[in-house]
Design a protein around this ligand. Structure first.
Ligand code: UGA
Length: 447
């Protein structure tokens, strides 16, 4: 493609959202040019190396090479594209608000002759569209249209989420802009929600906050199950069959993490607060999530007394299975808590490679190496291969055969039958010692 050719779509930001969005639009037949500010990133993408981990993305980019290009030049994107997608990061600031500086940089860099429409994919506070429009007008770019088109991609299944979305949300100030964006998704069989910009921005934040609320809710039900003898897995199954409730996001565990839920829940809480409304429920959602990560410590103490000098294997570090992402992962808080209690922490993950996040912990090359000589094995991420640890060889290799299963990955009966003590989340608990429940009591000697 020559430089003067029109690319239908321009994308600012070759991060996870930008690359998935760009590759999927190319797959749908659109011509896409992706721009990033990091030269090594662009070089590596041009050479066919994808700098992020997402199932199927590398192959999708390869397959659509002739419709996808990568550039450092903002002018090139603005000149060639009719729709300019903003896919830059909006991380939390110290106050919990969203940091929009990367968005302002994009606006500052837009050439004066830009004629395209801006489409916001990055997650932003309600009201951002208005601010962007004001900034555009101040720069003499008032003719540039603006559309909010939030993403609902989840890591590890992002390509499927893009190609088979539950809905596509489009919030616009002007009908023609909305129609231009809607046309991009024409070939997808999905529900289109065409609305105003404020509501589109809120749909994104409210969706993530609601899913996080469901998780904190089921985690609290799990905690009550533990003290009342119910089993949260059964409870979630029974609740989820009610169509008004549904079964998704009712998996109790060690708390939600990742680059979206913690940030977006906090951003919505701050947004409400800054607008004069105290969002009581979200405070609890956040607090429950923080406490949930720490409950493992109590379960370990129940079996081991104190943790000083105990060796604890942390199995799985990523915030969920299927990704190498460590952002806001429960493993980070848990490792720090265990180290503060004086425990020795040996951590393992099949793909996540911590740098500084787990300072003070030792990294093991395999799960078996992590559990050797350990006083407890804690399942933090639901990697399926961890099920293989329920065996005699591992039992014999551990100093204390104890599983604390933060994801309810294992079958409690099988684990106990294999000679381990077991603590799940919201499941009937183990007896007080690290001994299997199924073990026959010692025969009483008759006098
Ligand atoms: C989430 C949303 O699911 C996407 O729709 C959204 O687009 C994305 O954030 C975003 O805003 O970019 P993601 O963070 O990739 O996607 O991961 P999820 O699969 O939603 O899981 C988030 C966290 O919740 C993980 O730590 C997971 O282990 C936890 N979780 C999830 C539970 O503890 N229980 C559940 O039942 C479900």
């Amino acid at each position: 493609m020559g430089d003067t050719d029109k690319a239908g779509i321009g994308i600012f930001g070759a991060g996870w959202v930008g690359l998935v969005t760009g590759a999927c639009f190319a797959e749908l037949g659109h011509t896409v040019v992706i721009r990033d500010v990091v030269p090594e990133r662009i070089e590596s993408l041009r050479a066919g190396r994808v700098p992020i981990h997402e199932e199927g993305l590398e192959q999708l980019i390869e397959r659509n090479r002739d419709r996808l290009s990568f550039t450092l030049g903002v002018g090139e994107v603005a000149a060639r594209a009719e729709l300019l997608f903003v896919c830059v990061g909006t991380p939390p600031t110290y106050s919990g608000d969203a940091d929009l500086s990367a968005i302002w940089t994009v606006l500052d860099e837009l050439p004066a002759e830009t004629r395209a429409t801006l489409v916001m994919k990055s997650t932003v506070p309600v009201g951002t569209g208005d601010k962007v429009r004001a900034a555009l007008e101040a720069r003499g770019l008032g003719h540039v249209g603006y559309v909010s088109n939030p993403e609902f991609l989840s890591e590890g299944r992002a390509l499927r989420d893009f190609m088979q979305p539950d809905r596509v949300v489009i919030g616009a100030y002007a009908e023609p802009d909305a129609l231009a964006v809607a046309a991009l998704y024409d070939s997808l069989d999905t529900e289109l929600v065409q609305t105003d910009v404020h509501s589109a921005e809120m749909i994104k934040l409210a969706s993530n906050a609601f899913l996080a609320t469901r998780i904190s809710f089921i985690n609290e039900i799990a905690n009550v199950c533990e003290v009342t003898g119910a089993d949260v897995e059964e409870v979630a199954r029974g609740m989820g069959l009610d169509r008004r409730i549904g079964s998704h996001f009712l998996r109790a565990g060690i708390g939600y993490g990742g680059s979206c839920f913690p940030k977006d829940v906090s951003a919505l809480k701050q947004l409400a607060g800054n607008s004069g409304y105290h969002f009581q429920l979200l405070n609890s959602v956040i607090e429950v999530n923080e406490l949930q990560k720490r409950r493992v410590v109590g379960k370990l103490k129940k079996h081991l007394g104190h943790l000083a000098g105990r060796r604890v294997a942390l199995l799985g570090l990523a915030y969920k299975a299927g990704t190498d992402d460590l952002r806001e992962a429960s493993s980070i808080v848990l490792a720090a808590r265990l180290l503060a209690e004086g425990a020795e922490v040996v951590a393992w993950d099949p793909v996540a490679r911590p740098r500084d996040e787990l300072r003070g912990a030792t990294l093991a090359a395999t799960a078996r190496e992590a559990v050797a000589g350990a006083d407890a094995a804690v399942i933090v991420t639901e990697w399926p291969e961890l099920r293989e640890l329920v065996c005699e060889e591992v039992r014999a290799a551990m100093r204390t055969p104890l599983f604390v299963d933060g994801r309810n990955l294992l079958d409690p009966l099988a684990v106990r039958a294999a000679g381990f003590a077991y603590e799940g989340v919201g499941r009937p608990t183990s007896p007080f010692s690290a001994l299997p429940e199924t073990e026959e009591p010692e025969p009483r000697v008759r006098r």
